[in-house]
Design a protein around this ligand. Structure first.
Ligand code: 6GU
Length: 240
């Protein structure tokens, strides 16, 4: 899977995506990341990429031409108009099902805005998906693009080892992960729950399931409403 990130800060993106698990997958050739500097596509003699908004108001806008030309050069290389994701707090809130859906694509283009935004006309022509990573405001789309690239990448076959994929199924059934313990058996006077030392796998599984439900009820009651529970679990853990 190929990721193309259109940005005014390519170094920020390159450094981050070539580290750790994603870097390893890139070395293996399962993923590729290319940060494209929008400023390289300006036709302004001072390399300017922004200007004042018509109608007045605070801040500057990224102009249509350099964004469009950067996008066209990427689309040319990909060979088709790949799905183009604009990162904006006005977008659709990103979720795990969207990560899985994006992971089906052969190529994805991320457009990172800065300043007060981007001229609407170029967005209308190139953007297929408007995506936000939550209800707070960031200074630019680079961090959201990296968050999404990470979540999508780990859904691409071969990126995670078996061990890594097995251990990270939080959210799959809308339940949070159960608590985990490693050595020593006692630390700061706190003992590992005895059931985990019992060797009884059925009991361990039941305990973990119960802990997942309790933890979701406590921390994310909104998720628990969407979780698939048995009738018995519903009686014990929900109200109607
Ligand atoms: Cl995608 N962009 C910016 N600038 N801020 C955000 C965001 C995106 N998602 C949440 N806040």
């Amino acid at each position: 899977m190929r990721f193309y990130i259109l940005t005014l800060f390519p170094e920020m993106v390159r450094e981050c995506l070539l580290t750790s698990i994603l870097g390893r997958a890139a070395e293996k050739g399962i993923l590729s990341f290319e940060a494209v500097n929008i400023r390289d596509y300006t036709r302004d003699k001072h390399k300017k990429v922004d200007d004042y908004p018509y109608g007045g108001g605070a801040g500057m806008l990224m102009q249509a031409q350099p964004v469009y030309d950067a996008w066209l050069s990427v689309v040319d290389r990909i060979g088709y108009r790949a799905r183009t994701v604009y990162l904006t707090p006005q977008g659709y809130p990103f979720t795990q099902p969207m990560a899985k859906e994006f992971a089906q694509e052969d190529a994805l283009i991320f457009l990172c805005g800065h300043y007060e935004g981007i001229d609407e006309r170029v967005l209308e022509e190139i953007v297929t998906d408007y995506v936000s990573i939550g209800d707070y405001v960031l200074t630019g789309g680079e961090l959201p693009a990296m968050v999404i690239a990470d979540a999508v990448s780990r859904m691409v076959p071969g990126v995670l080892s078996n061990q890594e994929s097995g251990s990270a199924e939080s959210f799959e059934g809308n339940l949070l992960e159960y608590p985990q313990y490693s050595r020593p058996e006692e630390w700061h006077g706190k003992r590992v729950p005895p059931i985990l030392l019992s060797g009884n796998h059925r009991k361990v599984d039941e305990w973990r399931r119960e802990q997942s439900i309790l933890r979701t009820k406590e921390r994310r009651p909104d998720l628990l409403k969407k979780a698939v529970l048995t009738e018995k679990e519903k009686r014990e853990h929900t109200y109607g």
